[in-house]
Design a protein around this ligand. Sequence first.
Ligand code: FMN
Length: 349
Amino acid sequence: MSLAERIGLAAMHRLDPETAHGLALRALQLGLAPAPGPVTSPRLRTRLAGLDLPNPVGLAAGFDKNAVAIAPLSRAGFGFIEVGAATPRPQDGNPRPRLFRLAADRAAINRFGFNNDGMEAIAARLAGRPRDAVVGLNLGANKDSADRPADFARVLECCGPHLDFATVNVSSPNTEKLRDLQGKAALSALLADVIALRDTLPNPVRIFLKIAPDLDEAELADIAEIALDSGIDAVIATNTTLDRDGLHGPHVDETGGLSGAPLFAKSTRVLARLHRLTEGRVPLVGVGGIGSADQAYAKIRAGASALQLYTAMVYHGVSLAARIATGLETLLTRDGFETVADAVGTGTG
Ligand code: FMN
Protein backbone atom coordinates (compact mmCIF):
# COMPACT_ATOMS: atom_id res chain seq x y z
CA MET A 1 0.00 0.00 0.00
CA SER A 2 1.36 3.46 -0.88
CA LEU A 3 1.87 6.08 1.82
CA ALA A 4 -0.90 8.21 0.28
CA GLU A 5 -3.31 5.26 0.43
CA ARG A 6 -2.28 4.50 4.02
CA ILE A 7 -2.91 8.10 5.09
CA GLY A 8 -6.19 8.16 3.18
CA LEU A 9 -7.39 4.97 4.92
CA ALA A 10 -6.41 6.25 8.38
CA ALA A 11 -8.41 9.44 7.73
CA MET A 12 -11.40 7.48 6.43
CA HIS A 13 -11.50 5.31 9.54
CA ARG A 14 -12.20 8.41 11.63
CA LEU A 15 -15.44 8.86 9.69
CA ASP A 16 -18.74 7.03 9.85
CA PRO A 17 -18.23 3.93 7.62
CA GLU A 18 -20.96 4.77 5.11
CA THR A 19 -19.63 8.33 4.68
CA ALA A 20 -16.12 6.92 4.26
CA HIS A 21 -17.38 4.51 1.62
CA GLY A 22 -19.01 7.36 -0.31
CA LEU A 23 -15.70 9.25 -0.23
CA ALA A 24 -13.80 6.18 -1.46
CA LEU A 25 -16.13 5.97 -4.47
CA ARG A 26 -15.72 9.71 -5.06
CA ALA A 27 -11.92 9.35 -4.93
CA LEU A 28 -12.16 6.58 -7.53
CA GLN A 29 -14.30 8.74 -9.79
CA LEU A 30 -11.84 11.62 -9.47
CA GLY A 31 -8.91 9.39 -10.38
CA LEU A 32 -7.37 9.72 -6.91
CA ALA A 33 -7.28 5.98 -6.20
CA PRO A 34 -4.46 3.67 -7.33
CA ALA A 35 -4.86 2.60 -10.97
CA PRO A 36 -2.17 0.06 -11.88
CA GLY A 37 -4.28 -1.07 -14.85
CA PRO A 38 -5.20 -4.67 -15.50
CA VAL A 39 -2.91 -7.05 -13.66
CA THR A 40 -2.41 -9.95 -16.01
CA SER A 41 -0.04 -12.63 -17.29
CA PRO A 42 -0.41 -15.95 -19.14
CA ARG A 43 -0.55 -17.67 -15.73
CA LEU A 44 -3.22 -15.36 -14.29
CA ARG A 45 -5.40 -15.14 -17.39
CA THR A 46 -8.36 -17.45 -16.91
CA ARG A 47 -11.91 -18.27 -17.96
CA LEU A 48 -15.03 -18.15 -15.86
CA ALA A 49 -18.14 -19.65 -17.45
CA GLY A 50 -16.82 -18.73 -20.89
CA LEU A 51 -15.75 -15.21 -19.89
CA ASP A 52 -12.08 -14.34 -20.43
CA LEU A 53 -10.62 -12.69 -17.33
CA PRO A 54 -7.21 -10.96 -17.18
CA ASN A 55 -6.89 -12.33 -13.63
CA PRO A 56 -9.28 -14.18 -11.29
CA VAL A 57 -9.63 -11.46 -8.61
CA GLY A 58 -13.02 -9.76 -8.89
CA LEU A 59 -14.89 -7.04 -7.06
CA ALA A 60 -17.83 -8.36 -5.01
CA ALA A 61 -21.35 -6.91 -5.21
CA GLY A 62 -22.31 -4.07 -2.89
CA PHE A 63 -19.16 -1.96 -3.22
CA ASP A 64 -20.39 -0.06 -6.28
CA LYS A 65 -24.12 -0.52 -5.84
CA ASN A 66 -25.07 2.14 -8.37
CA ALA A 67 -22.46 1.47 -11.05
CA VAL A 68 -20.87 4.90 -10.64
CA ALA A 69 -17.20 3.83 -10.72
CA ILE A 70 -16.89 0.92 -13.17
CA ALA A 71 -14.16 2.50 -15.31
CA PRO A 72 -11.81 3.45 -12.44
CA LEU A 73 -12.46 0.11 -10.73
CA SER A 74 -11.54 -1.72 -13.91
CA ARG A 75 -8.23 0.20 -13.88
CA ALA A 76 -7.59 -0.71 -10.22
CA GLY A 77 -6.48 -4.23 -11.11
CA PHE A 78 -9.68 -6.27 -10.78
CA GLY A 79 -10.13 -9.12 -13.22
CA PHE A 80 -13.91 -8.55 -13.25
CA ILE A 81 -16.46 -6.34 -11.56
CA GLU A 82 -19.91 -6.98 -10.14
CA VAL A 83 -22.05 -3.90 -9.46
CA GLY A 84 -25.44 -3.65 -7.73
CA ALA A 85 -27.62 -4.97 -6.26
CA ALA A 86 -30.16 -3.23 -8.48
CA THR A 87 -33.89 -3.43 -7.87
CA PRO A 88 -36.65 -2.42 -10.33
CA ARG A 89 -37.61 0.73 -8.42
CA PRO A 90 -35.14 2.98 -6.56
CA GLN A 91 -35.07 2.16 -2.86
CA ASP A 92 -33.69 3.94 0.23
CA GLY A 93 -32.79 0.81 2.16
CA ASN A 94 -32.78 0.62 5.95
CA PRO A 95 -32.28 3.67 8.20
CA ARG A 96 -28.71 4.70 9.07
CA PRO A 97 -26.48 3.64 10.71
CA ARG A 98 -26.48 0.40 8.73
CA LEU A 99 -22.78 -0.30 8.15
CA PHE A 100 -20.42 -1.08 11.03
CA ARG A 101 -16.66 -1.60 11.11
CA LEU A 102 -15.40 -4.37 13.39
CA ALA A 103 -11.75 -3.36 13.18
CA ALA A 104 -10.51 -5.82 15.84
CA ASP A 105 -12.00 -8.63 13.78
CA ARG A 106 -11.08 -7.20 10.34
CA ALA A 107 -14.79 -7.51 9.58
CA ALA A 108 -17.95 -5.52 8.84
CA ILE A 109 -21.64 -5.89 9.55
CA ASN A 110 -24.11 -4.35 7.11
CA ARG A 111 -27.86 -4.16 6.90
CA PHE A 112 -28.18 -1.83 3.92
CA GLY A 113 -31.29 -3.56 2.58
CA PHE A 114 -30.67 -2.99 -1.15
CA ASN A 115 -30.41 0.81 -1.19
CA ASN A 116 -29.94 1.73 -4.86
CA ASP A 117 -30.92 4.17 -7.61
CA GLY A 118 -33.13 1.63 -9.38
CA MET A 119 -32.62 -0.34 -12.60
CA GLU A 120 -33.21 2.49 -15.07
CA ALA A 121 -30.55 4.81 -13.64
CA ILE A 122 -28.16 1.88 -13.29
CA ALA A 123 -28.81 0.69 -16.87
CA ALA A 124 -28.01 4.18 -18.16
CA ARG A 125 -24.63 4.09 -16.38
CA LEU A 126 -23.93 0.52 -17.49
CA ALA A 127 -24.48 1.61 -21.09
CA GLY A 128 -21.30 3.71 -20.80
CA ARG A 129 -19.18 0.96 -19.27
CA PRO A 130 -15.75 0.18 -20.69
CA ARG A 131 -16.20 -2.65 -23.19
CA ASP A 132 -12.85 -4.25 -22.42
CA ALA A 133 -13.81 -4.99 -18.78
CA VAL A 134 -15.89 -7.97 -17.63
CA VAL A 135 -18.92 -6.50 -15.85
CA GLY A 136 -21.85 -8.13 -14.10
CA LEU A 137 -24.84 -6.95 -12.11
CA ASN A 138 -26.26 -8.28 -8.85
CA LEU A 139 -30.03 -8.59 -9.28
CA GLY A 140 -32.22 -7.67 -6.32
CA ALA A 141 -35.92 -7.44 -5.47
CA ASN A 142 -37.79 -4.47 -4.01
CA LYS A 143 -38.64 -4.85 -0.34
CA ASP A 144 -42.34 -4.09 -0.94
CA SER A 145 -42.63 -6.05 -4.17
CA ALA A 146 -45.74 -8.23 -4.61
CA ASP A 147 -43.78 -10.56 -6.89
CA ARG A 148 -40.11 -10.78 -5.96
CA PRO A 149 -39.19 -13.49 -8.49
CA ALA A 150 -40.54 -11.22 -11.26
CA ASP A 151 -38.29 -8.39 -10.01
CA PHE A 152 -35.13 -10.35 -10.90
CA ALA A 153 -36.35 -10.85 -14.47
CA ARG A 154 -37.34 -7.20 -14.81
CA VAL A 155 -33.91 -5.96 -13.74
CA LEU A 156 -32.26 -8.43 -16.10
CA GLU A 157 -34.48 -7.34 -19.00
CA CYS A 158 -33.64 -3.67 -18.38
CA CYS A 159 -29.88 -3.97 -17.75
CA GLY A 160 -29.04 -7.24 -19.57
CA PRO A 161 -27.97 -5.68 -22.90
CA HIS A 162 -25.02 -4.05 -21.07
CA LEU A 163 -23.91 -7.08 -19.06
CA ASP A 164 -21.53 -10.00 -19.29
CA PHE A 165 -23.16 -11.73 -16.34
CA ALA A 166 -26.03 -11.25 -13.93
CA THR A 167 -26.24 -12.70 -10.44
CA VAL A 168 -29.46 -13.96 -8.91
CA ASN A 169 -28.98 -12.90 -5.33
CA VAL A 170 -31.30 -14.81 -3.04
CA SER A 171 -28.79 -14.79 -0.21
CA SER A 172 -28.86 -11.28 1.24
CA PRO A 173 -29.88 -11.45 4.91
CA ASN A 174 -31.16 -7.87 4.84
CA THR A 175 -34.40 -8.22 2.91
CA GLU A 176 -36.94 -10.15 4.92
CA LYS A 177 -37.85 -13.57 3.53
CA LEU A 178 -35.56 -13.14 0.49
CA ARG A 179 -33.58 -16.20 1.52
CA ASP A 180 -36.75 -18.30 1.40
CA LEU A 181 -36.18 -18.21 -2.36
CA GLN A 182 -33.18 -20.49 -1.82
CA GLY A 183 -35.60 -23.42 -1.25
CA LYS A 184 -35.55 -26.04 -3.99
CA ALA A 185 -38.94 -25.48 -5.64
CA ALA A 186 -38.89 -21.69 -5.41
CA LEU A 187 -35.31 -21.45 -6.65
CA SER A 188 -35.83 -23.82 -9.59
CA ALA A 189 -38.86 -21.82 -10.74
CA LEU A 190 -37.07 -18.51 -10.29
CA LEU A 191 -34.00 -19.62 -12.24
CA ALA A 192 -36.12 -21.08 -15.04
CA ASP A 193 -37.84 -17.69 -15.46
CA VAL A 194 -34.55 -15.78 -15.37
CA ILE A 195 -32.92 -18.12 -17.90
CA ALA A 196 -35.97 -17.90 -20.22
CA LEU A 197 -35.70 -14.12 -20.11
CA ARG A 198 -31.92 -14.26 -20.64
CA ASP A 199 -32.47 -16.31 -23.80
CA THR A 200 -34.43 -13.40 -25.31
CA LEU A 201 -31.54 -10.92 -24.87
CA PRO A 202 -29.44 -9.97 -27.90
CA ASN A 203 -26.15 -10.70 -26.09
CA PRO A 204 -25.02 -13.80 -24.18
CA VAL A 205 -25.48 -12.92 -20.49
CA ARG A 206 -24.20 -15.59 -18.10
CA ILE A 207 -26.46 -16.27 -15.14
CA PHE A 208 -24.78 -16.74 -11.76
CA LEU A 209 -26.44 -17.74 -8.49
CA LYS A 210 -25.17 -16.33 -5.19
CA ILE A 211 -25.73 -18.39 -2.08
CA ALA A 212 -25.57 -17.83 1.67
CA PRO A 213 -22.91 -19.45 3.85
CA ASP A 214 -25.53 -20.46 6.41
CA LEU A 215 -27.06 -23.34 4.42
CA ASP A 216 -27.12 -26.78 6.02
CA GLU A 217 -25.91 -29.95 4.31
CA ALA A 218 -29.32 -30.86 2.84
CA GLU A 219 -29.85 -27.35 1.51
CA LEU A 220 -26.40 -27.38 -0.07
CA ALA A 221 -27.14 -30.70 -1.73
CA ASP A 222 -30.30 -29.14 -3.20
CA ILE A 223 -28.31 -26.15 -4.45
CA ALA A 224 -25.78 -28.49 -6.07
CA GLU A 225 -28.57 -30.36 -7.85
CA ILE A 226 -30.10 -27.10 -9.06
CA ALA A 227 -26.70 -25.81 -10.17
CA LEU A 228 -26.22 -28.93 -12.28
CA ASP A 229 -29.75 -29.07 -13.72
CA SER A 230 -31.02 -25.52 -14.10
CA GLY A 231 -28.67 -24.26 -16.81
CA ILE A 232 -27.06 -21.53 -14.69
CA ASP A 233 -23.47 -20.72 -15.57
CA ALA A 234 -21.79 -20.39 -12.15
CA VAL A 235 -22.40 -20.24 -8.41
CA ILE A 236 -20.99 -17.50 -6.17
CA ALA A 237 -20.20 -18.80 -2.69
CA THR A 238 -20.85 -16.91 -0.49
CA ASN A 239 -22.76 -13.88 0.71
CA THR A 240 -22.48 -12.54 4.29
CA THR A 241 -23.30 -14.66 7.34
CA LEU A 242 -25.70 -14.34 10.25
CA ASP A 243 -23.14 -16.11 12.48
CA ARG A 244 -21.39 -14.13 15.19
CA ASP A 245 -18.95 -16.80 16.43
CA GLY A 246 -15.57 -15.78 17.78
CA LEU A 247 -15.89 -12.01 17.37
CA HIS A 248 -14.22 -9.48 19.63
CA GLY A 249 -16.50 -6.50 19.02
CA PRO A 250 -17.55 -3.74 19.21
CA HIS A 251 -20.81 -3.81 17.19
CA VAL A 252 -21.12 -7.62 17.29
CA ASP A 253 -24.73 -7.30 18.39
CA GLU A 254 -25.80 -5.26 15.38
CA THR A 255 -28.20 -7.11 13.10
CA GLY A 256 -27.17 -7.70 9.50
CA GLY A 257 -24.69 -9.73 7.50
CA LEU A 258 -21.14 -10.26 8.72
CA SER A 259 -18.32 -10.12 6.16
CA GLY A 260 -14.54 -10.07 6.25
CA ALA A 261 -11.92 -12.24 7.97
CA PRO A 262 -14.28 -14.23 10.28
CA LEU A 263 -16.25 -15.38 7.21
CA PHE A 264 -13.24 -16.92 5.48
CA ALA A 265 -13.30 -20.45 6.96
CA LYS A 266 -17.05 -20.87 6.76
CA SER A 267 -17.43 -19.61 3.18
CA THR A 268 -14.44 -21.71 2.06
CA ARG A 269 -16.03 -24.84 3.60
CA VAL A 270 -19.25 -24.17 1.68
CA LEU A 271 -17.23 -23.61 -1.51
CA ALA A 272 -15.29 -26.87 -1.10
CA ARG A 273 -18.47 -28.79 -0.31
CA LEU A 274 -20.18 -27.42 -3.40
CA HIS A 275 -17.16 -28.27 -5.53
CA ARG A 276 -17.34 -31.87 -4.31
CA LEU A 277 -21.12 -32.12 -4.68
CA THR A 278 -20.99 -30.81 -8.26
CA GLU A 279 -17.84 -32.83 -9.04
CA GLY A 280 -16.19 -29.72 -10.42
CA ARG A 281 -18.74 -29.46 -13.23
CA VAL A 282 -20.11 -26.03 -12.26
CA PRO A 283 -17.77 -23.02 -12.22
CA LEU A 284 -17.58 -21.54 -8.72
CA VAL A 285 -16.67 -18.04 -7.58
CA GLY A 286 -15.09 -18.00 -4.12
CA VAL A 287 -15.90 -15.00 -1.94
CA GLY A 288 -15.82 -14.40 1.80
CA GLY A 289 -13.00 -13.06 3.92
CA ILE A 290 -10.24 -12.95 1.31
CA GLY A 291 -7.54 -10.57 2.53
CA SER A 292 -4.32 -12.04 1.15
CA ALA A 293 -2.92 -13.95 -1.82
CA ASP A 294 -2.65 -17.06 0.39
CA GLN A 295 -6.36 -16.91 1.12
CA ALA A 296 -7.20 -16.31 -2.54
CA TYR A 297 -5.08 -19.33 -3.42
CA ALA A 298 -6.80 -21.44 -0.74
CA LYS A 299 -10.18 -20.66 -2.33
CA ILE A 300 -8.88 -21.66 -5.76
CA ARG A 301 -7.55 -24.93 -4.36
CA ALA A 302 -10.91 -25.49 -2.65
CA GLY A 303 -12.63 -25.26 -6.05
CA ALA A 304 -13.00 -21.62 -7.06
CA SER A 305 -12.38 -20.73 -10.71
CA ALA A 306 -12.44 -17.05 -9.78
CA LEU A 307 -12.69 -14.89 -6.65
CA GLN A 308 -14.33 -11.77 -5.34
CA LEU A 309 -13.57 -9.52 -2.40
CA TYR A 310 -14.94 -6.50 -0.61
CA THR A 311 -14.40 -6.09 3.16
CA ALA A 312 -10.62 -6.49 3.26
CA MET A 313 -10.38 -3.39 1.04
CA VAL A 314 -11.87 -1.39 3.91
CA TYR A 315 -8.71 -2.23 5.86
CA HIS A 316 -6.11 -2.58 3.10
CA GLY A 317 -7.28 -0.23 0.35
CA VAL A 318 -8.47 -0.74 -3.21
CA SER A 319 -4.92 -1.59 -4.30
CA LEU A 320 -5.35 -4.92 -2.46
CA ALA A 321 -6.86 -6.53 -5.58
CA ALA A 322 -3.70 -5.89 -7.61
CA ARG A 323 -1.50 -7.07 -4.74
CA ILE A 324 -3.49 -10.30 -4.38
CA ALA A 325 -3.32 -10.97 -8.13
CA THR A 326 0.46 -10.44 -8.12
CA GLY A 327 0.85 -12.65 -5.05
CA LEU A 328 -1.24 -15.37 -6.68
CA GLU A 329 1.12 -15.43 -9.63
CA THR A 330 4.00 -16.11 -7.21
CA LEU A 331 2.12 -18.92 -5.43
CA LEU A 332 1.09 -20.60 -8.69
CA THR A 333 4.69 -20.43 -9.92
CA ARG A 334 6.00 -21.83 -6.63
CA ASP A 335 3.73 -24.85 -6.87
CA GLY A 336 4.34 -25.47 -10.57
CA PHE A 337 0.88 -24.52 -11.85
CA GLU A 338 1.03 -23.02 -15.31
CA THR A 339 -2.45 -21.54 -15.09
CA VAL A 340 -5.09 -20.68 -12.50
CA ALA A 341 -7.32 -23.34 -14.03
CA ASP A 342 -4.69 -26.02 -13.32
CA ALA A 343 -4.89 -25.23 -9.59
CA VAL A 344 -8.70 -25.22 -9.26
CA GLY A 345 -9.87 -27.86 -6.78
CA THR A 346 -6.42 -29.35 -6.20
CA GLY A 347 -6.61 -28.82 -2.46
CA THR A 348 -9.83 -30.71 -1.82
CA GLY A 349 -8.21 -34.09 -1.46
N1 FMN B 1 -23.79 -9.02 -1.81
C1 FMN B 1 -24.77 -9.05 -2.74
O1 FMN B 1 -24.98 -10.10 -3.35
N2 FMN B 1 -25.49 -7.92 -3.02
C2 FMN B 1 -25.29 -6.74 -2.37
O2 FMN B 1 -25.96 -5.74 -2.67
C3 FMN B 1 -24.30 -6.70 -1.36
N3 FMN B 1 -24.06 -5.57 -0.64
C4 FMN B 1 -23.06 -5.55 0.31
C5 FMN B 1 -22.80 -4.38 1.03
C6 FMN B 1 -21.78 -4.35 1.97
C7 FMN B 1 -21.51 -3.10 2.73
C8 FMN B 1 -20.97 -5.52 2.18
C9 FMN B 1 -19.85 -5.50 3.19
C10 FMN B 1 -21.24 -6.67 1.49
C11 FMN B 1 -22.28 -6.72 0.54
N4 FMN B 1 -22.55 -7.88 -0.18
C12 FMN B 1 -23.54 -7.89 -1.13
C13 FMN B 1 -21.78 -9.13 0.08
C14 FMN B 1 -20.45 -9.16 -0.66
O3 FMN B 1 -20.64 -9.12 -2.05
C15 FMN B 1 -19.65 -10.44 -0.28
O4 FMN B 1 -20.38 -11.57 -0.70
C16 FMN B 1 -19.40 -10.53 1.22
O5 FMN B 1 -19.13 -9.26 1.77
C17 FMN B 1 -18.26 -11.48 1.56
O6 FMN B 1 -17.04 -11.04 1.01
P1 FMN B 1 -15.94 -10.21 1.85
O7 FMN B 1 -15.71 -10.95 3.12
O8 FMN B 1 -14.74 -10.14 0.96
O9 FMN B 1 -16.54 -8.87 2.08
